[in-house]
Design a protein around this ligand. Sequence first.
Ligand code: SF4
Ligand code: SF4
Length: 139
Amino acid sequence: MADENIIVANPFHTAKLKPKRKGKKPPKLLAVVHQSGCTGCEVCIAGCPVDSIELVPGPNPNNPGFQQTVEIDLERCIGCQNCSQDCPWDTITMYEHNDAFTAWGPETLYSNLYISEKKLDDLNEEYGIKEEEPEKIEA
Ligand code: SF4
Ligand code: SF4
């Protein structure tokens, strides 16, 4: 049964088509956007060397730029700190790698990169993708 409270990576996001982070070791730091302070100005996007900052469109599909915000793909961020230094509203914080995943929850209001299991189920259904039945083993 899909859980509304379990967050998973969204396999359908276009960020999945971008190059993966290089290197075996995870970065020491990761950036997290405090979305309640984000104006959606896009300044941070321009300075990210690995294009790991994604726009989150506003609620009106006819005017997605209105009330847009941004989020950071934690799987691709290299922790360079450009965005936290560039943001005119000081609304991006660098966290130690593991702490970033804890901070992400309370700081994130809207995400398309990371979604609930329930939402993933809905998307799978929308795109006609069926979960494979577990293999039955004859006794
Ligand atoms: S810390 Fe660097 S790599 Fe990570 S999102 Fe910010 S600009 Fe991009
Ligand atoms: S620079 Fe700051 S305010 Fe502007 S979109 Fe990025 S996080 Fe939001």
